[in-house]
Design a protein around this ligand. Structure first.
Ligand SMILES: [Zn+2]
Length: 135
């Protein structure tokens, strides 16, 4: 499956994969800013890969439209890596407490415990940008 994402009517990217297992296009908002994330878990030659695209910064009044795409090729992903242990279903139970995506939907996941929430690498990057004053 592929989705075209338009921001204020302008094509911002086509996200997905012809052999998508799980595609996520989401908007996350913080007091510092709003962001669009896209990531996909896909299968190539029997192996599972995770691909994600650079996050897009959104203005307060930006309008995001997501529509099923009939394009042949998605936008080149920013990150792609093979996922290990494909039979481990527990991954979907690991949810980032900040963006609510599960471990199969994020580039990397840092598990939490009884005293600390789990967080994904995208949210860590966002926090680092906020701390650095870049947002
Ligand atoms: Zn997250």
């Amino acid at each position: 499956m592929l989705f075209d994402v338009y921001i204020n009517g302008r094509l911002a990217g086509t996200f997905g994969h012809e052999h998508s297992e799980n595609l996520s296009v989401s908007v996350a908002g913080t007091v510092e800013g709003n962001y669009l994330f896209a990531g996909v878990v896909c299968r190539e030659n029997g192996k599972l890969f995770h691909q994600s695209w650079d996050q897009l910064e959104l203005g307060q009044t930006d309008e995001v439209r997501i529509v099923a795409s009939d394009r042949n090729a998605p936008t080149q992903p920013a990150k792609k890596f093979e996922m290990g242990r494909t039979d481990r279903k527990a991954w979907e139970a690991n949810v980032c407490e900040f963006c609510q995506r599960n471990e199969t939907q994020v580039p990397k996941f840092i598990p939490g415990d009884a005293h600390r929430p789990g967080i994904c690498s995208d949210c860590v990057e966002l926090c680092n940008a906020i701390i650095a004053g870049k947002t």
